[in-house]
Design a protein around this ligand. Structure first.
Ligand code: G16
Length: 583
């Protein structure tokens, strides 16, 4: 057996290692600086209680982006030196973020071991490659992202760190081959277990959904399907689940080979970046398609996000979670006993609120960031949750889950078409959404992103919006001057959240302007960018009247958009005349 020694390496704090909405995300060249990754990993080990490190089992894997393979070897060597007993690695270092969560919660090692946490190597929907982004975050024993208490501790540790520990003489482990490698260290055995990336996750999905009914839907000649992994890690699951298990045609999968640089693309499943899928689904007006598929979906780099499309039809993520919640009990076996409650992030539209009210479900509005759902789920208060940022999921794990969302939609389609698969016409995605609007009303919704804006300018814009909030009648005068028929602002504040489970308070979670007719304007700075600042503007308007629910979203929202841009002085502050992305 190969033996290793523990080396103590002297280091100094490096600035800017504060985890954002979901971990630390920076350019690869930043991560490659001497000690950069090592400092953050040691700061994380030091922030965890000793029993989660010494003698523990941890998972290390990610979306396979550039620099992951090097980072995995470094973390393995640091884990060994910090007294970790076992490291579990997905084959080739690949595990989607939801699969990591599933592995922490479900996987039992051959010797009965369970994982106490995971380093997930991903910058999610940000591009990858030598000049792009890398990222790292830590997930806890419940399978969910580390709560703020821990990420704050990690950050504090990065500011005082003086040393880290590493098994420098440990040889690199071949992570392309499934199997166990054992080493001997000062504190006994240290194992690296490389396992199949999809097994646990596929098993979990099969225990949640009725695969037989989805299989029948996919077998119908009238149902056509397309899945775009945008060259992210979802590709490692798509073939297994959609083709091998559910019988979809291989040609229905596009960009499903995971690549270190995501094929040079931006692995963000929205109407701007999922270009190929958007064309195939007939949603690009300049490239009309004869007969687009009935159903299309995309995932982001680490496969926790999803975009759902029908034939020439876009489902907003806010509507998606509301529709899943409204149909879950009938369509998805996992929920057949009922939903414990539902939750959404603050900027997500209120479509879910209306469903919750109708079904008399517990409902929660949390700040942006999946970690806020975890406490509710652990306390048995929430079954289904979602975010406008293309995240949907349930309490089967503690991360949002891109493939789960697709299977949820396929289940709803299968349920709505039960007994109808041989009929004249299938119930389509668009039919389901329109029917939902007819029952619950429609929340017109759009998000404008201004990416990579000067950070100082973004702060000034936010400060300007906060200052305006002290004089609501003044705000209403400005608004009337922009558009006289927009309703009055009745409340303006910064969103603050008190966690109902542990009582912790999160402040400054987005600037809100709430209107008398239920419309909302929300402004936030993104917490996931790696350079400059990204301003997000969320615009929402509720329409109950059935004669008014069929409008084009941009027409319905045009007055509010104009109000938002002028009120915030977007162009003056940022110099931008248009957003980078509109969804
Ligand atoms: C992360 C979090 C999400 C959150 C999103 C928002 O997503 O996991 O819960 O909604 O960030 O990002 P921002 O702060 O940029 O608006 P991901 O997919 O990037 O891990």
């Amino acid at each position: 057996m190969v033996m290793f020694k523990v080396s103590r390496v002297e280091t100094n704090p490096i600035e800017g290692q504060k985890p954002g909405t979901s971990g630390l995300r920076k350019k690869v060249k930043v991560f490659k600086q001497p000690h950069y990754l090592e400092n953050f990993v040691q700061a994380t080990f030091n922030a965890l209680s000793a029993d989660k490190v010494k003698g523990a089992t941890i998972v290390v894997s990610g979306d396979g982006r550039y620099y992951s393979k090097d980072a995995i070897q470094i973390i393995i060597k640091m884990a060994a030196a910090n007294g970790v007993r076992r490291v579990w690695v997905g084959q080739n270092g690949l595990l989607s973020t939801p699969a990591v969560s599933a592995v922490i919660r479900e996987r039992v090692g051959a010797d009965g071991s369970k994982a106490s946490g995971a380093f997930i190597l991903t910058a999610s929907h940000n591009p990858g490659g030598p000049h792009e982004d890398f990222g790292i975050k830590y997930n806890m024993e419940n399978g969910g992202p580390a709560p703020e208490g821990i990420t704050d501790k990690i950050y504090d540790n990065t500011k005082t760190i003086k040393e880290y520990f590493i098994g420098e003489d440990l040889p690199d482990v071949d992570i392309s081959i499934v199997g166990l490698t054992s080493f001997g260290g000062p504190e006994g055995h240290f194992d690296v277990d490389v396992f199949d990336a999809a097994d646990d996750y596929v098993k979990l999905m099969k225990s949640i959904f009725d695969f037989e009914s989805i299989k029948k839907l996919l077998a119908s000649p009238k149902f056509t399907f397309c899945y775009d992994a945008l060259h992210g890690v979802a590709g490692a699951y798509a073939n297994r689940i959609f083709v091998e298990e559910l019988g979809a045609q291989e040609s229905s999968l596009i960009n499903c080979t995971p690549k270190e640089d995501f094929g040079g693309g931006h692995p963000d499943p929205n109407l701007t970046y999922a270009k190929e899928l958007v064309i195939r689904m007939g949603l690009n007006k300049s490239k009309p398609q004869d007969n687009p598929p009935e159903f299309g979906a995309a995932a982001d780099g680490d496969a926790d996000r999803n975009m759902v499309l029908g034939k020439r039809f876009f489902v907003t993520p806010s509507d998606s979670v509301a529709i899943i919640a409204a149909n879950a009990v009938q369509a998805i076996p996992y929920f057949s006993d009922g939903l414990k409650g539902v939750a959404r992030s603050m900027p997500t539209s209120a479509a879910l609120d209306v469903v919750a009210k109708h079904l008399k479900l517990k409902f929660f509005e949390v700040p942006t960031g999946w970690k806020f759902f975890g406490n509710l789920m652990d306390a048995g208060m929430c079954s289904v949750c979602g975010e406008e940022s293309f995240g949907t999921g349930s309490d089967h794990i503690r991360e949002k889950d891109g493939i789960w969302a697709v299977l949820a939609w396929l289940s709803i389609l299968a349920f709505k078409n039960k007994g109808n698969l041989g009929g004249e016409k299938l119930v389509t995605v668009e039919d389901i959404v329109r029917q939902h609007w007819a029952t619950f009303g429609r929340h017109y919704y759009t998000r404008y992103d201004y990416e990579n804006v000067d950070a100082g300018a973004a702060k000034e814009l936010m400060a300007h919006l906060i200052k305006l909030q002290s004089d609501i009648s003044g705000v209403n005068k400005i608004i009337k001057g922009i558009h006289s028929d927009v309703s009055d602002v009745v409340q303006a504040d910064e969103f603050e959240y008190k966690d109902p489970v542990d009582g912790s308070i999160s402040k400054h979670q987005g600037i809100r302007y709430l209107f008398a007719d239920g419309s909302r304007l929300v402004f936030r700075l993104s917490g996931t960018g790696s350079e400059g600042a990204t301003i997000r503007l969320y615009i929402e308007q509720y329409e109950k009247e059935s004669s008014k629910i069929g409008r084009e979203s941009q027409d319905a929202l045009a007055p509010l958009v104009e109000v938002a841009l002028k009120l915030s002085k977007m162009t003056e502050f940022t110099g931008r005349s248009a957003p980078t992305v509109i969804t």
